[in-house]
Design a protein around this ligand. Sequence first.
Ligand SMILES: [Mg+2]
Length: 270
Amino acid sequence: MTTVFVSSLADRLAAVAKRHPLLVALDFDGVVAPLGDDPASVTPLPETVEAVRRLVDHGIPVALVSGRDLASLSGVAKIGPGVLMVGSHGDEWDDHPGLDARRSDLDVEVDIDAVHAAAVAAHRVAADHPGAWVELKRTAVAVHVRRMPVHLRDAALEAARQALHGIPGVRLLPGSDVLEATTTRADKGVAVETLRAMSGAAAVVFLGDDVTDEAAFARLGPDDLGIKVGAGPTRAVERVADCAAVSQVLHMLADHIDRDVGVPSEQTRP
Ligand SMILES: [Mg+2]
């Protein structure tokens, strides 16, 4: 079924498609791929992969900006070549043409003592809260509660907050059904600004569903387009319901770009 978007979003998509160069940055979980209980087995929506391929084929840089670490993101984000992967909220960048000169700025030293202390505290919380599990990243530790009964999740997150708060070198990043203890200053806002600088983009389209995506929305200006996926407070100027709508938004963007460069649409192709 095709959703008819309110004119504001349709108009904004038409306007941003005319700005060149354009950069498209996407959160992964809950945006490109529907959320699942097992993070290792989520898969991107095929329609969204198809839309991303259309954008890449037009030479538009597309980046996945995820809280997952790079190894985890690369393992599940089967989205084809030419898509830049950015993991750990901007701490980890994969190899990509044009990126090498900037990598030294992005490489961060790992505070092993802080990561270790956070991991010990997080595992203690998980042991006390059946269903909670700990994700270990290079520079961070995350306590996930998505597999727990809904009515027990807040208590587990509060226990995690108390256990992780105050560990030297650790900063807390709350998300949906997750609390992350990171040891770096990275956030998705810095990551999006770095992508903008790397690509020389005149406009950025960013889609995200989680609390940590708000740092990216906060960096967007009037020529950009931020789209929140799902419910919850946001600084994004537009909102869509779910991953299926994300696919439609990206196809609409590709349609506009097809028209602007004179490519026949699906309907008019022989
Ligand atoms: Mg997400």
